[in-house]
Design a protein around this ligand. Structure first.
Ligand SMILES: *Cc1c(COP(=O)(O)O)cnc(C)c1O
Length: 348
């Protein structure tokens, strides 16, 4: 979801951005007007996340999935291996892609318990000579979230923050590289944000396509080719909205409170079940199943009639999934809980 006030503002400015007579969709990415939009968005994102000056912020295309390749292609350097923490479907995809370019050491995996937990860090097999450690702070499909940043010593930590960036404050300086597809918690599809420590930008592996080379995007300030201008603009509106909300401390407070409320409702009713270990439950994505899966379709249908959409769980895990991204108003979470109580009373 996007905040309604952001959508309204995009609508107001759709045909004529600030008296220019142009829509942002019609502007050259090299125009003064777009440059001002781009710079403001970057400055606001830097402020929200307190991004240190020695980090670059890139606004790229290709989604988070392209980063699965770009990260190893650019960060391996002369090393031949990287460590990956495997905590769900998105980690697995990142691992499969990295295996095309290097030896992947899976330092930990919770696949045996169907990705319902994160193993104790003491059991992880990390390697001091790994080029980087990759993790997925929030597994969007399984609803598993790291509530602590992994310790990796001198080895750069890389995080796929697609479904959790901007949900709370983040210590960027603990990471070498952060990436996030915009469409979950930041803006419309088509944009991927990368935040990378400057010293990690070196020559990529031989044969790497120009578009997959961070150095090119850094040197061109994300204008190596035409960037996704409209999603960049809407993401900028979301950043302004986040500042109006009180920034990421305020979002963290709100997101934690309402996730706890939804989990409490699930745990209080045997008709619903969330399989994730309590300490690893996601604030952003709450998967749950019904005691009788024959009722799944009816649940989704009736919920949609109440204005509660997109509740179907990912096809790989089934059941339901409630995504509580920043743009979701508190009233949406309340309405879901009310609906669940009522549905269970009628069918449980
Ligand atoms: C959605 C998602 C992706 C894939 O994003 P695309 O932009 O579609 O490539 C990757 N990682 C995580 C954690 C996601 O939630």
């Amino acid at each position: 979801m996007l905040p309604e006030s952001v959508m309204r503002r995009a609508r107001e400015e759709l045909l004529d951005w600030h008296g220019t007579g142009l829509s942002v969709m019609e502007m050259s990415h090299r125009s003064k007007a777009f440059a001002s939009i781009a710079e403001k968005a970057e400055a606001d994102l830097r402020e929200l996340l307190s991004v240190p000056d020695h980090y670059h912020v890139l606004f790229l295309q290709g989604g988070a999935s392209s980063q699965f390749a770009m990260v190893p292609l650019n960060l391996l350097g002369t090393r031949g291996s990287a460590d990956y923490l495997c905590t769900g479907s998105w980690s697995k995809k990142a691992i499969a892609e990295a295996q095309r370019y290097c030896t992947v050491n899976v330092a930990t995996t919770s696949e045996a318990d169907h990705f319902t937990s994160i193993r104790d860090p003491g059991s992880w097999q990390l390697h001091a000579d790994a080029a980087f450690v990759h993790y997925t702070p929030n597994e969007t499909i399984h609803g598993v979230e790291f509530h602590r940043i992994p310790e990796t010593g001198a080895v750069p930590l890389v995080g796929d923050f697609s479904s959790t960036l901007l949900s709370r404050p983040l210590d960027v300086s603990r990471h070498g590289l952060i990436y996030a597809g915009a469409q979950k918690n930041m803006g419309p599809a088509g944009l991927c944000v990368v935040i990378v420590r400057a010293d990690l930008i070196t020559a990529p592996r031989a044969g790497t396509p120009a578009m997959f080379t961070y150095k090119n995007h850094v040197e061109a300030r994300s204008m190596y080719n035409t960037p996704p201008t409209y999603p960049w603009y809407v993401a900028g509106l979301v950043f302004e909205w986040l500042q109006e909300q009180g920034g990421l401390e305020a979002m963290a407070h709100r997101n934690r409170r309402r996730a706890e409320k939804l989990y409490a409702a699930i745990d209080a009713d045997a008709f619903y079940h969330n399989p994730v270990r309590k300490e690893s439950r996601s604030w952003m994505n709450v998967p749950f199943t019904l005691a009788n899966s024959d009722l799944d379709e009816r649940f989704i249908e009736q919920a949609a009639r109440e204005g509660l959409h997109e509740l179907k769980g990912h096809r790989s895990v089934g059941g339901m999934r409630a995504s509580l991204y920043n743009g979701m108003p508190d009233a949406g979470v309340e309405a879901l809980i009310d609906f669940m109580v009522d549905f269970s009373r009628r069918h449980g």
